[in-house]
Write a protein of this length. Structure first.
Length: 249
């Protein structure tokens, strides 16, 4: 049996996290001593490992609870699924690392790189995921509707949408020397906002949240940095100007 402190140190989570998992019924201790201390046995350790795997794959806690609470939940099958997901993630990471290295050399002037090369390693699923992630902070029905909308597009339409999205960021890079409040930059922001309609239609506050997410979320920031190290910051400033002008009307 392990105490909260021992388990937290072993698993690399905080005691507060374990207390929270207990409070929401996600991970109950194997037993509670007369002194009120929580103790965790092998079954609880395996369950915590499952939770951490799902968290690594960005599952929300309530979804993890539903999955692991099902009567037909099978630990072995879950582990096999995790292995497949992590293998795919590892392969994608390898491709992205190659793109990062090539882009670094390109920025340093050590090699040439096509525009297409800037986006090697970005799959259709990733493009869809990034377009949807921010809205998950809002209405779940919006997420479901956006997914339905995306899946209804033909393969050719999806490819065209993805190409348009890439072009928006290339256009933004091109106008960066003119300034975030320039007419050219604001026109690109307007194009970016209209492009979002393929997935969902954010309000002005959500546009700001998206632009902030490009800077504050390490995953978004890393992808923008591959295109241009100042792109995420410039996008945020340009969107702030855009929203400010819209709100002043």
């Amino acid at each position: 049996m392990f105490t909260v402190k021992q388990l937290s140190q072993m698993a690399g989570v905080t005691p507060r996290t374990l207390h929270h998992y207990d409070d929401i019924g996600l991970l109950k201790p194997s037993q509670v001593g007369d002194n009120g201390y929580r103790y965790y046995g092998e079954e609880a350790l395996l369950k915590l490992q499952q939770i951490m795997f799902y968290r690594e794959l960005d599952f929300p806690l309530d979804e993890i609870k539903k999955l692991m609470g099902r009567r037909d939940f099978d630990v072995l099958k879950a582990l096999e699924t995790h292995k497949e997901s992590l293998s795919r993630q590892m392969e994608r990471t390898k491709r992205l690392l190659v793109t990062v290295d090539n882009t670094i050399q390109y920025i340093k002037g050590e090699n040439t790189m096509s525009e297409k090369g800037l986006f090697e390693g970005f799959s259709e699923e990733e493009q869809e995921k990034y377009a949807l992630e921010a809205e998950q902070l809002y209405d779940p029905e919006t997420v479901r509707e956006s997914n339905r909308k995306w899946k209804a597009y033909s393969a050719a339409k999806k490819e065209a949408i993805m190409a348009e999205g890439k072009q928006v960021y290339q256009d933004m890079i091109a106008v960066m020397p003119k300034g975030a409040d320039s007419a050219e930059a604001q026109a690109v922001v307007e194009h970016w906002r209209k492009h979002m309609d393929y997935f969902w239609t954010p309000n002005l506050g959500q546009l700001l949240d998206l632009a902030n997410g490009y800077n504050d979320d390490p995953r978004f920031k890393a992808n923008f940095d591959k295109m241009h190290p100042k792109l995420a910051e410039f996008m945020r400033e340009a969107v702030k100007v855009y929203v400010g002008k819209k709100r002043s009307k």
